[in-house]
Design a protein around this ligand. Structure first.
Ligand code: UD1
Ligand code: UDP
Length: 358
C-alpha cells in the first residue's frame, strides 16, 4: 500500500523483487495526487500502475485517516490478501495498519523501528502504532532494530537495509545521463545549494516559516539556493506573504521536481538543506553535506559519519556547518550502512520466507 511521494520511491525498490515471489496488488490511497508528487514517480521509476486508487486526497489527520479506513476496509475484505505491506510513517501507513490489524490480515512494515522520540511529530505517532501492530517489521538499519528490541518487538524484526537507498544508488547514473535540470535552471555544479522543507513544525506557524526563510537567505549568501517547494510549504509561504521576497534573496523557488531532477540536484549541490528524511540519506549517499532543519534525526548514521548536521531553524548555524562539514565528494560514504542497494531484494526474500513459515 502506498500513498505519498516517499512511498512511491520505496515501493519502486521492492515491487519488482516482490513480484518474483508473490502476486502484488498495489493500492494507492491518493494522499498525494498532484502529477509532480505522484504520477511522475511512477513514470520515472517504471512502477506498475496501482491496481486500486482510494482517492482520499487532502484533509485533517482525522479526515485523511478516516477516509483511508472507510475505503480500504471493504477492499481488504474482498481481496483477503496473505499480508498487507505498508511503508514508512505517514497517514497512509497508519490507515493501512489499522485496517490490516482489524481485518485481520498479517501486517508487514517496511522502514520499521525509526524513532525520533518526539510525539509532536505526527509521523512518530504513526510509527509507534504501526510497529506495535506489525507481524513482520523490516528495518532499514541496526539502530531501528535496537529501537524495536527496546520496545519488546525485536522478535518480529529483520534488518534489510534501506529501500530508498537502493533507488538513490541505482538511479544516480541515469539521473546524470537524463536530467537537464542544471541547464534548465542555469546552475553550475558545486556552486548552488538545494533545499526542501515540509515538516509542519517548520512551516505551519508563520514565526517558524520566517526563521526558515532567514536560514535559507543565510545559506544563499554562500551560494544560491534552489528550493523545490512542497505544496504544504507553498501554501504557507503564500499565506504569510513570504513567497514574493525569496527571489531577491538568491532563493530560487520552483515547483516540486521529479526523482531524476532531484537526484541530479543533490549530486551536484554544494550542500543540501532539508527537513526531509529521504533527502538526508540521499545527500549522504551522494557524499554531499547536509544541514538538517531539525533537532533530532531518525537517520543518526548520517550525523555519526560526519555528513549531516542538525541545525534546527537557526540561521546563524549555517556558515559554521558549511565550514565544518566535508566538501562534496570526499570521503566516500559508507553505503553499507543502508544496504548497498540490495534492500528491496532482502525485503522480498524476508517476506517470502515469513509467508512460507506462517
Ligand atoms: C505527508 C506525510 C509526511 C511525509 C510527506 C512526504 C502525514 C501525516 N504526513 O506530509 O510524513 O513526510 O507527506 O512528502 O502523512 N497537497 C497538494 N497536493 C498533493 C498533496 C498535498 O497540494 O498532491 C497539499 C494539500 O494542501 C495538503 C498539504 O499539501 O493539505 C499537506 O499534504 P498531506 O498529505 O496532508 O501532508 P504532507 O505535508 O504532504
Ligand atoms: N523529492 C523529489 N522531488 C522534490 C522533493 C523531493 O523527487 O521536489 C524526493 C527526494 O529525492 C526523496 C523523497 O522525494 O527521494 C523525499 O520525500 P519527502 O521529502 O516528501 O518525504 P520524507 O522523506 O521526508 O518522508
Amino acid at each position: 500500500m502506498i500513498g505519498n511521494r516517499p512511498q512511491f520511491i520505496k515501493a519502486a525498490a521492492v515491487s519488482s523483487h516482490l513480484r518474483q515471489c508473490a502476486d502484488e496488488t498495489l493500492v494507492h490511497t491518493g494522499q498525494h495526487y498532484d502529477h509532480e508528487l505522484s504520477d511522475v514517480f511512477f513514470e520515472q521509476l517504471e512502477m506498475p500502475a496501482p491496481d486500486h486508487e482510494l482517492g482520499v486526497g487532502s484533509g485533517s489527520h482525522a479526515e485523511q485517516t478516516g477516509a483511508i479506513l472507510c475505503r480500504l476496509e471493504p477492499l481488504i475484505d474482498e481481496l483477503r490478501p496473505d499480508a498487507l505491506l505498508v511503508y514508512g510513517d505517514t497517514n497512509s501507513t497508519l490507515g493501512g495498519a489499522l485496517v490490516a490489524a482489524k481485518a485481520p490480515v498479517p501486517l508487514v512494515h517496511v522502514e520499521a523501528g525509526m524513532r525520533s522520540g518526539k510525539l509532536e511529530m505526527p509521523e512518530e505517532i504513526n510509527r509507534l502504532v504501526v510497529d506495535s501492530l506489525g507481524n513482520l517489521l523490516l528495518c532499514s538499519t541496526e539502530t531501528a532494530l535496537q529501537n524495536l528490541r527496546e520496545e519488546g518487538r525485536g522478535a518480529q524484526a529483520v534488518v534489510t537495509g534501506d529501500v530508498m537507498a537502493d533507488v538513490a544508488l541505482n538511479l544516480a547514473a541515469k539521473a546524470r545521463r537524463e536530467s537537464d535540470v542544471l541547464e534548465r535552471l542555469g546552475l553550475d555544479p558545486g556552486a548552488f545549494m538545494v533545499a526542501t522543507a515540509h515538516r509542519p513544525g517548520n512551516v505551519d506557524q508563520p514565526e517558524h516559516l520566517e526563521l526558515l526563510v532567514e536560514l535559507l537567505a543565510e545559506a544563499a549568501r554562500i551560494a544560491p539556493v534552489v528550493f523545490p517547494v512542497h505544496p504544504r510549504t507553498g501554501i504557507r509561504l503564500e499565506q504569510a506573504g513570504l513567497r514574493e521576497g525569496l527571489a531577491g534573496r538568491r532563493i530560487k523557488v520552483i515547483e516540486p521536481v521529479g526523482y531524476l531532477d532531484m537526484t541530479m540536484l543533490v549530486l551536484s549541490a554544494r550542500a543540501v538543506i532539508t527537513d526531509s528524511g529521504g533527502l538526508q540519506k540521499e545527500a549522504f549517499l551522494a557524499s554531499v553535506p547536509c544541514l538538517t532543519m531539525r533537532h533530532e534525526t531518525e537517520w543518526v548514521e548520517t550525523v555519526d559519519q560526519g555528513w549531516n548536521r542538525l541545525i534546527g531553524l537557526n540561521p546563524s548555524a549555517v556558515p559554521t556547518a558549511i565550514r565544518d562539514l566535508p566538501e562534496p565528494g570526499n570521503p566516500s560514504p559508507a553505503a553499507d550502512i543502508y544496504g548497498r542497494g540490495k534492500a528491496g531484494e532482502r525485503v522480498a526474500a524476508a517476506i517470502a520466507e515469513w509467508l512460507a513459515a506462517s
